[in-house]
Design a protein around this ligand. Structure first.
Ligand code: HXC
Length: 260
């Protein structure tokens, strides 16, 4: 399919990685309704494609995404945003069951930072900058910025970003735990694809369970989360891939997973 705001490719030796590039560079990949609609469609396609085991999401030019589209939002009234449940469809990305790696190549601001945080792993280029500058526009984060950022870097650093609108460098974001690795810009997407290929080469069913278990830690109490984890752990023993993985270890050979 052809998209107005995205470039979509398959990557990896086995073509098992879906690469989505946000491609609205003139507006620094501002996340307009059209772009988010296309992103939802692509995620539906990649999720239903059994050959795809992992997804990489990146930006273009100097931006990952500079936020929700301010020009689209400027004139909206409370009654418009409330009755249309404005931006509710953004949860599509967070609900993705296959793992998603954000390769943040530049500005990840406002909704752009929130989109990165909906992904499972964040890699950044040395030039990347993160921030929740909504306060400077007279509004507040509305797609997880006050919640996911707090979970990632704690209260004091989140308050500082959300209350001042200041930006955080890739290096500081890595130190704070928002980002797992920082790369030179020209290596960023390749490194993300390499990690995605490794994940896509494992058992997709076990990978999905692992993602579900880690994700639960953000939504529940420790007691409930540990219970959920234990149930999923037990369920892995109902799969062929657990038998194969453990047998391969014992026989000192490489596992051949069948996603079953
Ligand atoms: C619409 C945007 C935009 C945005 C940039 N542009 N960000 N358009 N929405 N969020 C457009 C500019 O209007 C301009 O187009 C072009 O992109 C280039 O931007 P410049 O400002 O000229 O670039 P530069 O001087 O390099 O500054 C880069 C920047 C700045 C620091 C990233 O663009 C900026 O501060 N952008 C806004 C960041 C922001 O506030 N994001 C949060 C949005 S609110 P034209 O055609 O005008 O030249 C939000 C709410 C989320 O995300 C809530 C729930 C999802």
């Amino acid at each position: 399919a052809q998209y107005e705001y995205l470039i979509v490719e398959t990557k990896g030796e086995k073509n098992n990685v879906g690469l989505i590039q946000l491609n609205r560079p003139k507006a620094l990949n501002a996340l307009c309704a059209g772009l988010m609609g296309e992103l939802g469609q692509v995620l539906d396609d990649l999720e239903s494609d059994p050959n795809i085991g992992c997804i990489v999401l990146t930006g273009s030019g100097k931006a990952f995404a500079a936020g929700a589209d301010i020009k689209e939002m400027e004139k909206k009234e409370f009654s418009d945003v409330y009755s249309s449940n404005f931006l509710n469809n953004w949860t599509r990305l967070a609900d993705t069951r296959k793992p998603v790696i954000a390769a943040v190549n530049g500005f990840a601001l406002g909704g752009g930072c929130e989109v990165a945080m909906m992904c499972d792993i964040i890699y950044a280029s040395e030039q990347a900058q993160f921030g929740q500058p909504e306060i400077l526009l007279g509004t507040i984060p509305g797609a997880g910025g006050t919640q996911r950022l707090t979970a990632a870097i704690g209260k004091s650093k989140t308050m500082e970003l959300v209350l001042t609108g200041n930006k955080m460098s890739a290096q500081d974001a890595e130190k704070a735990g928002l980002v797992s690795k920082v790369f030179p810009r020209d290596q960023l997407v390749d490194e993300a694809i390499k990690t995605a290929e490794k994940i896509a080469g494992l058992s997709s069913i076990i990978v999905a369970m692992a993602k579900e278990a880690v994700s639960a830690s953000f939504e529940t109490t420790l007691r409930e989360g540990l219970h959920f984890e234990k149930r999923l752990f037990h369920q892995t023993f109902a799969t062929k891939d657990q038998k194969e993985g453990m047998n391969a270890f014992v026989e000192k050979r490489e596992a051949k997973f069948t996603d079953s």
